[in-house]
Design a protein around this ligand. Structure first.
Ligand code: MN
Length: 208
């Protein structure tokens, strides 16, 4: 992934069929190759005529959205957020069972949610509560406390000074081909492929 304009669509860190049977090949192909690609293309289009913005990283563009020219501000929020959120989502899944490798994060989950089961239940509830299109995130606040937050459309928790650790995309395009309208079944399956080792590393980096 380029750190700045022109942004590119990074390949998935696993094969398209690696997350079967929890997440199907066709959904992943369309989601990565078409949906994410469109966000990348539209972000580049928005920045094309603004050379002064072309050295900014994705995070800088999102953090400083208020300072962007009005003509492209919403486009950068939507498409820059779309790029950031999707890369975070795809990188946050794995075909390996990674729960046992996230020791420090799991201690924090037990501290802040009572138990892993309570956390999963609360996370699922939040993910189900997103009305329309959006995401549910596990984040750390500035004190290192874990929270579950939701975001609408392509907004990101970065804008609220929260450190994202894990995310589930609950736009219908993320699950409709396999699960139709059953978002709950998609969320249950996601718990099997969420990359907790990565979430744990992000938490460690943040708290050190
Ligand atoms: Mn998506």
């Amino acid at each position: 992934m380029n750190d700045h304009y022109p942004f590119v669509n990074p390949p998935l860190p696993y094969a398209y069929d690696a997350l079967e049977p929890y997440l199907d090949t066709k959904t992943l192909q369309l989601h990565h190759d078409r949906h994410l690609q469109t966000y990348v293309d539209n972000l580049n289009k928005a920045l094309k005529d603004y050379p002064e913005l072309q050295s900014r990283s994705l995070e800088q563009l999102i953090y400083n959205a208020d300072s962007l020219p009005a003509a492209i501000r919403q486009s950068v929020i939507n498409n820059g957020g779309g790029v950031y959120n999707h890369i975070f989502y795809f990188n946050g899944m794995s075909d390996l069972k990674t729960r046992s490798q996230a020791g420090m994060l799991y201690k924090a989950i037990v501290r802040d949610f009572g138990s892993v089961e309570n956390f999963c239940e609360a996370f699922k509830k939040q993910a189900l509560s997103v009305f329309g299109s959006g995401y549910a995130w596990l984040v750390a606040d500035q004190q290192g406390r874990l929270k579950i937050v939701t975001s609408a459309n392509q907004d990101t928790p970065l804008a609220q000074n929260l450190c994202p650790l894990a995310v589930i995309d609950v736009w219908e395009h993320a699950y409709y081909l396999k699960h139709y309208n059953q978002r709950a079944a998609y969320i249950d399956n996601w718990f099997n492929i969420a990359n907790w080792e990565r979430a744990g590393e992000l938490y460690k980096d943040f708290t050190v």
